[in-house]
Ligand binder design. Structure first.
Ligand code: ADP
Ligand code: MG
Length: 632
């Protein structure tokens, strides 16, 4: 066969394979068009596994002259020159969605602008346009797509079951609704109304609507020119898959492994194996630092500096997670005796004042509003915390790790200290102010149950604390803090310890040798498949060093960046902590229990052990009263 230029129809059909891989994709394109047209209400109907889709909007509509052009390839009203690609304000810009969809379906476009006396309708069958008709219709645009892929039987076979395609459409619509909280969505599946999401005042409210969890918490962070905003559930509310991690870049729903890893990273040590966070995260950056045009479905983006995006996202979640707003109450921050008279204006000792609802969800009483952080904390108290933590940090020896007597530290403290300071994203974990606001120490210890649980009461509930999990968390945070503060002792090896691993991993590790040094591990090449360890932190036992490095190398090869190294350290610390603390089955004196609770006040995230198990379980008195039949 000689070389021929393909006819426009064939080109459209080939391209349609990219843009309209599945009905869910075309639904996304149609809804994005509605939103680009300024719609405040979008109504989506789908039938027949997505082979029939109708999208009705109240947007600005099209002129009768533009109507046929809308179906032409690379015809768009949204950009005119390539520079525009870097300052996009619309979702569409490629001008190929309607062309592609209409080449593989029967499409009926009905549109009416605000000033027009009637609506105009254009019908196209597999790319063949009929003359425009005048019809009745209200302002906005309705796109009806039918007979999808009926001219391409081969593609029909690629569609999954009706149920699977419908699920994909519904997922896409959830994402669209999350991205556009100010737009009302009505969703009909096979003529049945399945979702109605009225317009909301903000992203948090929309997320609560879509994810069906309340309350959700909010966190924000920026790293240079990248901003992240996160809305997420507390770590008690988890999913079995990563499907409930919703990611948006420039408000576009994206699939991005690195951002997803950032979300998981933020929840590190809060979730158990096989548990996934529930979170929606928006990343914004200057348009010049992001490319949204790397794939026809626009589901992927490329950041100029992906590590900034990673850190902004992890930071946004972490900032709030560390404050564990689901467990503390802002009132307590001021009711602590340590703050003396500072907060004397409101009497937080009156339970009714703190818990107006008394519905058994007192923890959330103060967090129904904005960000899940006690923003109203007075400045004096913050100052107080800053000055105390310096003196209380690591003075006690009770949960200490191996002392420095064994060998002399090789790199001192200062090298590691500098490293710690350069890690801006961890500033909050380094400062071990009593972040829980004195919650744990305010629990009244009643005794120990089954040699495992500390039984306490607090205002309107009983609180059971798992002694092992709690102690483990405290030991873990101490290790991590010591590590970051450069207070870890380093052990020199007389002969480098040889560790075998794949050449690829060796290379990956050596590339990051300087970063690894900051974590106290000094390595050198010993051969293509061997790394030599010259020195390592004392608390990592020689026997596990190989495993630790291998794990680091795997992560380095997979992801790169020192952030993952830190996670490796976190894992080591978790293991260490687990083996160095009180176990279940050990009798504790009243004072030991009080001490442990007091220690917990000094660390963030104390409500979970490093493996993600909860540290405490609550039993509200109202429940007890219910069980006793005192109330119904
Ligand atoms: P793009 O969105 O990339 O511009 P499309 O093929 O999706 O390309 O749409 C082509 C053009 O049709 C758009 O630029 C817009 O002018 C017009 N259009 C499509 N859908 C709508 C709608 N719902 N309301 C108003 N105009 C629309
Ligand atoms: Mg479009």
């Amino acid at each position: 066969m000689s070389i021929q230029v393909l006819s426009p129809e064939v080109v459209d059909q080939i391209a349609a394979g990219e843009v309209v891989e599945r009905p869910a994709h075309l639904v996304k394109e149609l809804v994005e068009n509605s939103i680009d047209a300024g719609a405040t209400r979008v109504h989506v109907e789908f039938y027949d596994g997505g082979r029939i889709v109708k999208v009705i909007d109240n947007g600005k509509g099209m002129s009768p002259e533009d109507l046929p052009k809308a179906l032409d390839r690379f015809a768009t009203s949204k950009i005119s020159k390539s520079d525009d690609l870097w300052s996009l304000k619309t979702f569409g810009f490629r001008g190929e969605a309607l062309a592609s969809i209409s080449s593989v379906s029967k499409m009926t476009l009905t549109t009416r602008r605000a000033g027009d006396e009637q609506a105009y309708q254009l019908i196209s069958e597999y790319g063949k346009k009929q003359p425009i008709d005048r019809v009745g219709g209200s302002q906005g645009t309705t796109v009806l797509m039918e007979n999808l892929f009926e001219n391409m039987p081969a593609r029909l076979k690629f569609l999954k079951s009706d149920a699977a395609e419908h699920t994909a459409i519904k997922t896409t619509l959830k994402a669209m609704a999350l991205a556009h909280h100010d737009v009302e969505f009505r969703i009909q599946e096979n003529s049945k109304l399945v979702n109605f999401w009225p317009a909301c005042k903000d992203r948090k409210e929309r997320a609560e609507q879509i994810l069906e969890i309340k309350p959700l918490f909010v966190g924000e962070a920026s790293r240079e020119y990248v901003k992240a905003y996160a809305v997420f559930a507390d770590p008690h509310n988890v999913a079995k898959t990563a499907k409930n991690i919703w990611l948006f870049a420039q408000n576009r729903w994206v699939q991005d492994r690195s951002l997803q890893a950032a979300v998981n990273e933020a929840y590190r040590s809060l979730l158990m194996h096989g548990e996934y966070p529930i979170a929606a995260v928006w990343v914004e950056t200057d348009p010049e630092y992001i490319d949204v045009n790397i794939h026809p479905t626009k589901s992927q983006v490329k950041f100029h500096d992906p590590s900034l995006a990673f850190r902004a996202v992890a930071g946004a979640l972490r900032a709030t997670l560390e404050k564990a707003p689901w467990i503390q109450q802002s009132g307590q921050l001021r009711s602590q005796s340590q703050f003396g008279e500072a907060g004397g204006t409101v009497d937080y000792s009156d339970p009714a004042a703190s818990y107006p609802s008394a519905k058994g969800l007192p923890n959330f009483a103060n967090y129904s509003g904005e960000a899940g952080v006690p923003t109203e904390m007075p400045k004096e108290n913050l100052a107080f915390q800053d000055s105390t933590f310096k003196t209380t940090q690591f003075q006690k020896k009770d949960f200490s790790f191996p002392a420095s007597s064994v060998q002399q530290p090789k790199v001192g403290y200062h090298a590691l200290m500098d490293a710690a300071e350069s890690r801006e994203e961890h500033s909050s974990t380094e400062a071990v102010a009593p972040v829980s606001g004195g919650y744990w120490s305010s629990l009244e210890v009643l005794g120990q149950a089954n040699l495992t649980y500390i039984v306490t009461q607090h205002r309107d509930k009983m609180v059971f604390v798992d002694q092992h999990a709690a102690h483990e968390r405290v030991a873990y945070e101490k290790l991590m803090n010591a590590w970051k503060g450069g207070k870890i002792d380093i052990q020199d090896f007389l002969f480098p310890l040889a560790i075998d691993m794949s050449p690829e991993k060796v290379e990956g590790l050596l590339l990051l040798a300087k970063d690894i040094e900051r974590l106290g591990v000094f390595i050198e090449p010993l051969g293509p498949g061997t790394v030599g360890v010259k020195a390592a932190p004392l608390f990592i036992k020689e026997a596990v060093l190989g495993k630790v490095l291998d794990r680091m190398a795997t992560e380095v090869v997979d992801q790169g960046g020192s952030y993952s190294l830190e996670r490796a350290v976190g894992d080591i610390c978790a293991t260490m902590a687990c083996h160095s603390v009180v176990r279940a089955g050990q009798a504790l004196s009243h004072d030991q229990m009080k001490n442990l609770l007091r220690e917990m006040d000094h660390f963030p995230l104390s409500s979970f052990c490093p493996h993600g198990r909860p540290v405490s379980v609550e039993y509200p008195f109202y429940k007890l009263e219910k069980d006793f039949g005192r109330i119904v």
